[in-house]
Design a protein. Structure first.
Length: 250
């Protein structure tokens, strides 16, 4: 199992919901954090909570729908000299629930893909080669279990693209100590998931973060966070490593 103490993790969408839970969990395990949100003010208080746990932290901002801001965020991290060891591409947007899905506008797809696919793809393509060079890296892309719901076409299609992107790149990581995984938080009570969701957002740990701790050099797995509820991290890692790592099977 990977010891993350002293390593650096970038968490997108860190100021609330699943991103917040992920970031705080990693901080409690001794991991230094780069907290992303759309506005630095969103993570100001969170930084204090993280520092109180004895780890280093700073925040970055970017509107993920804007490609130049995503690149600018990565440039700013690089300028600080931070070597990112772990990435949680958590931030996402669910544009609309459209009962009349036959009239889904193009804008749903455009914005969904900008935030849910283009931004994490840009982050991965920038950081993965550096991880391979340094001989260590973990990338966890947050996916969705939504299926058979054309009411959410834009969101679902963007997540399917992220799944394919992750699986394809995973097939090129064999033999490295860089592991790329997918994590599905399940339907949780968050601003995006809504109050009717069956799962408390706190239930996402440790499953949402387990991809940072696996240590068998196998990429391409999908970790459903709700399958790890109530488990110790050690047991969660053992279960995660027992899941077949086939980059072309979800």
């Amino acid at each position: 199992m990977v010891n993350v103490r002293g390593k650096w993790a970038l968490v997108t969408g860190a100021s609330r919901g699943v991103g917040y839970q992920t970031a705080m969990y990693m901080a409690r395990k001794g991991c230094n954090l780069i907290l992303h949100s759309r506005n630095l003010a969103n993570t100001r208080m969170m930084e204090q909570d993280v520092r109180a746990l004895g780890v280093e932290v700073y925040s970055v901002q970017a509107e993920l729908a804007n490609p130049s801001e995503v690149v600018g965020m990565l440039d700013a991290i690089e300028a600080k000299g931070t070597n990112i060891d772990i990435v949680f591409n958590n931030a996402a947007v669910q544009i609309a629930y459209r009962s009349d899905y036959w009239t889904t506008p193009q804008e749903d797809f455009d914005m969904s893909f900008r935030i849910n696919f283009n931004a994490p793809a840009t982050i991965c393509l920038r950081l993965l080669p550096k991880m391979i060079e340094r001989g260590f890296g973990r990338v966890i892309n947050t996916t969705s279990g939504i299926r058979n719901e054309p009411e959410q076409l834009g969101y679902a299609a963007s997540k399917a693209a992220l799944d394919k992107f992750t699986k394809d790149l995973a097939s090129r990581l064999e033999g490295t100590n860089v592991i790329m995984s997918l994590a599905d938080p399940g339907w949780c009570r968050t601003d995006m998931g809504g109050s009717q969701a069956p799962n408390a957002v706190e239930s996402v740990v440790p499953g949402i973060a387990v991809g940072a701790f696996v240590d068998d050099k196998k990429s391409g797995r999908l970790f459903p966070a709700q399958a790890f509820v109530g488990m110790t991290l050690e047991d969660a890692v053992a279960k995660a490593e027992s899941i077949e790592a086939n980059p072309y099977t979800i």
